[in-house]
Design a protein around this ligand. Structure first.
Ligand code: ADP
Ligand code: MG
Length: 256
């Protein structure tokens, strides 16, 4: 479960003279269990792409489907982690993680058990009764990840989730992301502008063009797993990084 197919997907915001074409003819397939990372210049339509897959925006041409079903709106099969922290400030960490389960009508004891399982997975067991304002940025993002996982989605959608974190916290959360991905066998669609992050995480890196965004290259990362940050010191890593950077620079410089 969780095979994503985008077929000539397009998105135009607004109409007439003010129309902005954000995406044009995006075609890509993300296989079940794949860790797919999208990189591209700022403003090229990465968030728009993810929002369409999340069902938060409608496409204006082409189609997006998961397991053969057209995406028509948000659903429990997909869980989203945004760059900015989206926790409910008045709920404790555990109640935040339980939120989706409460909506589904899952009994309190089972909710608490599931929440504790995922809080333990993200290393926050000791903070289950804390409020979001008592947490660091990294801990808030761990909570957001636990909350998404508690709903057991087929697909995890992550829009530059670590972009606001300091370098060391970012490294920890990248490793955590790889751990949970292994554990949960979900399909992941992850957006970043950090090439090192893309290579560490991805099965495939999809490079987008300048706006209107298209997928201009799919680069397979053939570095064996399990991976950790040490791979960034290897020649394989440098070689892949060079390929991605050159493709991206071509977009940013307009091919000059
Ligand atoms: P990225 O995430 O790659 O930086 P976005 O997907 O946020 O890019 O935006 C792509 C383009 O679409 C930008 O030019 C942006 O201004 C435009 N855009 C995004 N959302 C809207 C909107 N709701 N209305 C109008 N234009 C939008
Ligand atoms: Mg964005």
């Amino acid at each position: 479960m969780g095979r994503l197919v985008l077929d000539n997907l397009g998105k135009v915001f607004g109409e007439g003279e003010k129309a902005v074409t954000a995406l044009q003819d995006i075609s890509m397939q993300v296989e079940h269990g794949e860790f797919a990372v999208v990189v591209g210049p700022s403003g090229c339509g990465k968030s728009t792409l993810l929002n369409i897959v999340a069902g938060l925006e409608n496409e204006t041409s082409g189609s997006a489907s998961i397991d053969g079903r057209r995406i028509k709106g948000p659903g429990a099969d997909r869980g989203m982690v945004f760059q900015s922290y989206t926790l409910f400030p008045w709920l404790t960490v555990r109640k935040n993680v339980e939120f989706g389960l409460r909506i589904k009508g899952i009994p309190a004891a089972e909710r608490a058990e599931t929440a504790r399982h995922y809080l333990s997975l993200v290393g926050l067991s000791e903070f289950e009764n804390s409020l979001p304002r008592e947490l660091s940025g990294g801990m808030k993002q761990r909570t957001a990840i636990a909350r998404v996982l508690a709903n057991k989605p087929d697909m995890l959608l992550m829009d530059e989730p670590f972009g606001a974190l300091d370098a060391q916290t970012r490294l920890q959360l990248q490793d955590l992301t790889l751990d949970v991905w292994r554990e949960e066998s979900a399909t992941v669609l992850f957006i970043t502008h950090d090439i090192d992050e893309a290579i560490l995480l991805a099965d495939n890196v999809y490079v987008m063009s300048r706006r209107p965004g298209k997928i201009v290259e799919k680069i397979e990362v053939e570095i064996p797993r399990p991976r950790n940050h040490r791979i960034s010191l290897t020649p394989e890593f440098s070689a892949i990084k060079k390929v991605i950077m050159e493709r991206l620079w071509k977009e940013i410089d307009g091919g000059s």
